[in-house]
Design a protein around this ligand. Structure first.
Ligand SMILES: Cc1ncc(COP(=O)(O)O)c(C=O)c1O
Length: 368
């Protein structure tokens, strides 16, 4: 294994996070308690929704959001296959079937032009993923959803603080779902959050997260233990104060990389839509010539971490082949075979960024 000097991700945990966690540990409230309530209130404020419901992970946030919308056996949910497995799996947990629609080649997000042809009488929801920190075309998606009376659940796991036409990601659908996994733009260790403006959906989500309790020991529906702990919430509250600074650093790093890499042979730098704030959870380039594995090997051998997000479209994962999925979508296939994510996280130094550019230039000279 080559020695990686510049990792692909690096969670920033500082004194403040440590002090807040110690306070919680000393308080006696170490499961879901006042810190979770405070984190929910402040996160809702940050996203601009009326409600936020904390969960144990981004995956459980998606699961609870789907169940809150009444999605289950016999239903179909339209989503993208070019995402982390949790997006598709959360739909499967409910008994519904994910229906995969191809992506746009420039943004890697679900292509709204292809959604309507995938709608059937069983379709109940659209779940766009705000991939790599950039919003999908939410105006178009919401318009289709309205016309066909479908729920919209944003998988915003990678897009804390991203904006689409003045609106925060996570505030544009019926529900938004975030992940606070350590590689994300902000972390709570494991953790997730649902955002919504709909009181009924918020109440249902709160119940589903905690064994269907409407009051202490009164169980009205079948729920789960998907609660967040106050320990995680304390980390989240400290991170929330810094998320705008973290995101700005990611944006500055991405702008520098794009300026330097844009006209290098063999690479396409990421593209952003008009009127969006892309928060660069990932900085993902496309390799247009040579063999991607060779590019990756060379970059890693020169000490730079990389990621392939994602090498296998969901419909081609073994589990999904077993479930009978047997198609390929053109743009998804191309993306899965050509993307490489490069480090863009806030702790990169100027030297790190210059090294990334230098190594990519060398790779370009070698492989294209
Ligand atoms: C697009 C997407 N959806 C859902 C998730 C699931 O989040 P978690 O890992 O917190 O369960 C992730 C996390 O990696 C993700 O990237």
């Amino acid at each position: 294994m080559p020695k990686i000097r510049i990792p692909i991700a690096n969670p920033i945990i500082q004194e403040e996070e440590i002090e807040e966690v110690v306070k919680v540990l000393k308080s006696g409230f170490i499961a879901q308690g006042p810190k979770v309530a405070e984190f929910e209130e402040k996160f809702a404020e940050f996203i601009g929704t009326k409600y936020a419901i904390a969960t144990s992970s981004g995956t459980t946030a998606l699961h609870v959001a789907l169940l809150s919308c009444g999605i289950g056996e016999g239903d179909e949910v339209i989503t993208t296959p070019f995402t982390f497995a949790a997006t598709g799996n959360s739909i499967l947990y409910t008994g519904a079937r994910p229906v995969f629609v191809d992506i746009e080649k420039d943004t890697f997000n679900i292509d709204p032009k292809k959604i309507e042809e995938a709608i059937t009488p069983n379709t109940k929801a659209i779940m766009p993923v705000q991939l790599y920190g950039q919003s999908a075309e939410m105006d178009k998606i919401n318009e289709i959803a309205k016309k066909h009376e479908l729920f919209v659940i944003e998988d915003a796991a990678q897009a804390h603080g991203a904006i689409y036409k003045e609106k925060k990601v996570g505030s544009m659908g019926d529900m938004g779902c975030f992940s606070f996994y350590p590689t994300k733009n902000m972390t709570t260790s494991e953790g997730g959050m649902i955002t919504t403006n709909n009181k009924e959906l918020a109440e249902k989500a709160r119940m589903l997260r905690a064994h269907g309790e409407s009051k202490r020991y009164k169980h009205s529906i079948l729920g789960y233990n998907f609660r967040m702990t106050d320990i995680s919430a304390a980390i989240g509250l400290a991170q929330l104060k810094k998320i705008d600074t973290f995101n700005q650093k990611r944006i500055d790093n991405a702008n520098y990389l794009t300026k330097e890499l844009d006209d290098i042979n063999g690479i396409t730098a990421p593209k952003t839509l008009n009127r969006v704030k892309h928060v660069y959870h990932q900085y993902t380039i496309k390799i247009e010539s040579g063999n991607r594995d060779e590019w990756v090997k060379f970059i890693n051998e020169n000490g730079i971490g990389t990621g392939i997000h994602y090498p296998i479209p969901i419909y081609k994962q073994e589990l999904y082949l077993e479930l009978g999925y047997d198609y390929e979508l053109e743009e998804t296939e191309k993306a899965a075979n050509s993307v490489i994510s490069l480090p863009v996280h806030p702790s990169l130094s100027k030297d790190d960024l210059a090294t990334i550019v230098k190594v990519l230039k060398e790779a370009s000279a070698k492989f294209s």
